[in-house]
Design a protein around this ligand. Sequence first.
Ligand code: ZN
Length: 505
Amino acid sequence: MKSNDPPYASLTAHMKEVGLLGGAAVVLGWDQEVLMPPKGVAYRAEQLAQLARMTHEMSTDPRVGDWLSACEDQGFDDPLSEEAVNVRELRRDYDRSTKLPAELVAEQARTASMSKAAWAEARQASDFERFRPWLEKTIDLQRRIADAYGYPSDGEPWDALAEGYEPGCTAAQVEAVFTPLRERLARLTAELMDVGVAPEPVLDRLTLPVEQQEKFVRFVAGELGFDFDAGRLDRSTHPFCGGAHQTDVRMTTRFHDDLLGDALGSTMHETGHAIYAQNTPDRGVGLPMSEPVSLSIHESQSRLWENQVGRSEAFWRWCFPKLAGFFGDAVAGLDQAAVYRGMNRVQPSLIRVEADEATYNLHIMIRFELERRLIRGELTPAGLPAAWNDLYQQTLGLDVPDDARGCLQDIHWSMGAFGYFPTYTLGNLYAAQFFEQASADLPGLEAQFAQGDFKPLRTWLTEKIHTHAMRYRSAELCEHVTGKPLSADPLMRHLESKLKPIYGV
Ligand code: ZN
């Protein structure tokens, strides 16, 4: 089959129309988080529901099924060609979305928009009861959606939801990866806490004007390779990266006058997502071969820039001398080695997005366990705060003082994103494995960081990962890039080889 064959040409022209509308929804969603006045929420919900209804109707148009069948009947010489991959992935999407009634799609979109607003208010007031009715409605909808998708008899409803973020991912597989990892991470954390000497978080002990912090993180994002002519960096409560197209990528970060380390980490994280989004080739709007492969691979890109780069000693050899230019006398007494060590402080904490590299995955494991029980119906939304607080006590040894710092801290469930959280930990594992491979392929990588030269790493990531778009599934891509299946060993090697010397254990 060739790209100018009539069924394929009709299919791609149609998917472009779907992609253009989907991109408009992304920009409206960004606007809701960044700019929209609060009273606009109900109207915005109507707009997003309308767009969701239109894109769903177009994606499930029976002609799409006919064009796909005609392409499949003609066959492909190379199953990994651009055309073959587009047809394979569009078939998967089509089969999935034709299982969902249009009413359910529109109801989910409308509910998500209202529920997000209710969550933001509840979190502000630290009042779970304000959010509870929306969480109940959301979970009810998610269970109906899972039933509509269906799942194998040896699986569970959570699997059907996770499939939307991470094709082929099941709760049983996640549990199999998480159980031994939890043990190794808990052992490392305990060793650092019990025997080691913790570094001070020196960057987060300073009071620095937010305007200067913003100038500084914009500078770093640009040096890493974020193209400001093809994207924006703004502020929002919960940092994120989205975008309509390679040429219009929207990322956000957040600032507090005494948390420069947090602002820098968040910005480098979102910059990693944005570099992936800007460097995935445009092979046609709305086509899988123009899109990132999965959330876990997306997260591997953000984590790699945030952690493997941003918390490395070499990065700070370049970055530290820049601080004085942005903050002047306020950073005069700082020591480079102390800043590097401080960026690698490990401290069991309540808030996932502020967590260090060692304990971060424990936060994810708690959420995975709870959302699996919520979707199974073993845990009611009313019981969530108590169950959450219990697990934080058991896993991290912490008392949760209020719901804002407990089960209301993350936006994901309010949007109906169940099955999403484990992709963060899978992303951490992929990041470590990819970075080990990049270091082997590119001798002198760290010396380049120390010179502020991030282009060789960025080019390697584009050639090995970004350019493939959806050609390979996550697990296949990992084997293709590193020659090995995903393993927890690179992440544990990365953490132990860096943290143990810092803690003197
Ligand atoms: Zn991320």
